[in-house]
Every structure is written in structure tokens, then in C-alpha cells.
Design a protein around this ligand. Structure first.
Ligand code: NAD
Ligand code: UDP
Length: 316
């Protein structure tokens, strides 16, 4: 049992982490400025013993009274639409926010987990991506605000480890989906499911031949917990190795929702990675972790969540 600080605790992944640690018997302090997250993700936890929420921008000085056993830094806009709308805030939370939360962990003698991303590999020239690959990132392109902030965050985390002996973990997260994604967050799974459920056209960017590997949130959270307990700094890739083209995803979404929406094509965003798939060799060897929920099953569960958000009845 411990006391866990989770930044970005009102977001998609952060709120699932709050649930998971509380279920394990830990205390949780969630810090969030509600820029892309929402109290609706954690309102079921208000009043629950062991849970504290503080509305706070972690790019500013961070302090949490009392003992802290682990700091999990998950605060950051994460959808390309969000970080393109919040470019400077994204750079700040990945750099200043990482520095501030590392400082908190150091002061408390706490373990630190940084939520990094497969975006550190940029538009990869190595496929699938092992952790040893240094990446192919355009620092001055629109996605650079996110990719470079995360790369800086990794460098700062390792500097605290090397200079201060801080006990750190870095996770490179590949595309995650599931309940509590915002219907309008702009990511591909939420866009397609909401479009399909509303009977609107599914917007495939480019020709849809680009690939992603989608991990259901429950699997991803178990991976984070395994990494936190493991004897490694990482970085470790955590994601589902099942690789799909965006067009395949669109067709699967139509099938699981029973929607007759058409598929339309829109321009591909600048620097959109052509391929993405985690090489899990290291993760399997060190954590023994493996995702369990396949894309079809995960989409069924996530569609049920979005039906509720949209006020639709479950299918007969
Ligand atoms: P999200 O937008 O749902 O959650 C991020 C949370 O951080 C939000 O609640 C937001 O309000 C909060 N936040 C942003 N800036 C803040 C600040 N300055 N101070 C305090 N709170 C702030 O996104 P998510 O999908 O839950 O992503 C969580 C983390 O995981 C991010 O760091 C993201 O980069 C990383 N990640 C996510 C994915 C994914 O597929 N979901 C993939 C790779 C990496
Ligand atoms: N995409 C798409 N239609 C959408 C939203 C996204 O075709 O409505 C594509 C996007 O161009 C990218 C992939 O889906 O190739 C994944 O996009 P997302 O925004 O989910 O995250 P990314 O993996 O790019 O960070």
C-alpha cells in the first residue's frame, strides 16, 4: 500500500490509473488542470476514502503535503488535435511539468514513472520499433511540440536518475483506446466510433494505408503497474502489437457498430507517421506482460461507452 500522485489524473489514462490504484488499496492524489480532462472521469471517486483531487497546473511549482511513494507524470495533451491547439502548454507540461514532478519525487524519496510515447520514434524508419531505436522526428513540424517535449522529458528523467539516484521508470505508450476517451478528442478510434454511431461518414485521412497498433485501456494499465513494480528504468514499449491500417480499422468499426456510414477521405496531417507497431521483445522479457483484449472485443466495449455518451440504447 502506498500514496500515489497521478498528474493528469482526470484524463483518460490518468482516471483509469486512479481507479486501479484505489482498488489495490493505495491512496491517490490526482493533480489536473482540466485542460483536456474532465471531472466526469473521476466524479465517482469523490468522497471515497483515500482519494484526493487537486486542480493544478503542473507546469507551475508542484507541492503535495505528506508522504508520497510514487509520482506518475501523465499530464499532457495527448491527441494530435489537442496538442496542435495547445502547442506551448504541451511543450511546457512535457518539460517544466516533468522537471517539477521529478523535483517532487526527489523531495519525497518517491519512485517516478514518466508517461512517454511512441511519438518519440517520429515517422519511424525502423519497423516495428524497439526501444533502442532513436527515432525520426521533425523538431520544427507541428507534431514537434509533443514529440520533442516527450523526448526532453525522457532526457530529464534519466538525468535525475543519473545525477540524483532517483528511482525512475519510463514507459513509451502506443495508441490506447477505451471508455473515457472524449467523443470529440480527434483521435482515430473515438472519431470513427462516434461517426459510425451517429451515422456520419468516417473520415479516413489520406488513403488509409498508414498503420497503428491499438491497445485496450485495461491491458495498458496492467502494463503500467507491472513496469512500476519491475526492476528497470526502461524505457519500455507498452502497447498491443496487432497492427492495422486505418482503413482496416474503419471497416472493423463499421462491422462492430452495425453502421452503414460511408467512408470518406480527407487530407493526411503533416508528418503523420506511416507505420507504428511496438517491438515488445524487451517488455516481454522484463515484465512478462502481454495484452489480452483484441481490437474487435475492445471496440465492442468502447462502442458501448460511446453509445451511453450519445444517449443511445444498447443494440437489441
Ligand atoms: P488526456 O488528454 O485524456 O489526459 C491528459 C490529462 O492531463 C488531462 O486530464 C489534462 O487536463 C491534464 N493536463 C494537461 N496539461 C496539464 C497541466 N499542465 N497540468 C495539469 N494537468 C494537465 O490524455 P491521455 O490519453 O489520458 O494521455 C495521458 C498521458 O499518456 C499523456 O502524457 C500522453 O502523452 C500519454 N500517452 C497517451 C497515449 C494514448 O494513446 N492515450 C499514447 C501515448 C502517450
Ligand atoms: N486518422 C484518420 N481519421 C481521423 C483521425 C485520425 O484517418 O478521423 C488517422 C491519423 O491521420 C493517423 C491515425 O489515424 O494516421 C491515428 O491518428 P490519431 O489521431 O488517433 O493518433 P496518432 O497515432 O497519429 O498520434
Amino acid at each position: 500500500m502506498g500514496r500515489i500522485v497521478i498528474t493528469g489524473g482526470a484524463g483518460f489514462l490518468g482516471s483509469h490509473l486512479c481507479d486501479r490504484f484505489l482498488a489495490r488499496g493505495d491512496e491517490v492524489v490526482a493533480l489536473d488542470n482540466l485542460s483536456t480532462g474532465s471531472v466526469t472521469n473521476i466524479e465517482h471517486l469523490f468522497g471515497r476514502s483515500g482519494f484526493t483531487f487537486v486542480e493544478q497546473d503542473v507546469s507551475q511549482f508542484v507541492w503535495v503535503p505528506g508522504p508520497v511513494d510514487a509520482v506518475l507524470h501523465f499530464a499532457s495533451p495527448a491527441s494530435p488535435v489537442d496538442y496542435l491547439e495547445l502547442p506551448i502548454q504541451t511543450l511546457k507540461v512535457g518539460s517544466l511539468g516533468t522537471h517539477n514532478t521529478l523535483g517532487l519525487a526527489k523531495a519525497k524519496g518517491a519512485r517516478y514513472l514518466l508517461a512517454s510515447t511512441s511519438e518519440v520514434y517520429g515517422d519511424p524508419e525502423v519497423h516495428p520499433q524497439p526501444e533502442s531505436y532513436w527515432g525520426h522526428v521533425n523538431p520544427i513540424g507541428p507534431r514537434g511540440v509533443y514529440d520533442e517535449a516527450k523526448r526532453f522529458g525522457e532526457a530529464m528523467t534519466m538525468a535525475y536518475h543519473r545525477s540524483h539516484g532517483l528511482d525512475v521508470r519510463i514507459v513509451r505508450i502506443f495508441n490506447v483506446y477505451g471508455p473515457r476517451m472524449r467523443p470529440q478528442d480527434g483521435r482515430v478510434v473515438s472519431n470513427f466510433l462516434v461517426q459510425a454511431l451517429k451515422g456520419e461518414p468516417l473520415t479516413v485521412y489520406g488513403d488509409g494505408s498508414q498503420t497503428r497498433s491499438f491497445c485496450y485501456v485495461d491491458d495498458e494499465i496492467e502494463g503500467f503497474l507491472a513496469l512500476l513494480e519491475a526492476d528497470t528504468t526502461g524505457p519500455l514499449n507498452i502497447g498491443n502489437p496487432g497492427e492495422f491500417t486505418v482503413l482496416e480499422l474503419a471497416e472493423l468499426v463499421l462491422e462492430v457498430t452495425g453502421s452503414s456510414s460511408e467512408i470518406v477521405h480527407e487530407p493526411l496531417p503533416v508528418d503523420d507517421p506511416r507505420v507504428r507497431k511496438p517491438d515488445l521483445t524487451r517488455t516481454r522479457a522484463i515484465l512478462g506482460w502481454e495484452p489480452k483484449i483484441d481490437l474487435r472485443e475492445g471496440l465492442v466495449r468502447t462502442a458501448a461507452y460511446f453509445r451511453t455518451c450519445l444517449g443511445q440504447d444498447p443494440p437489441a
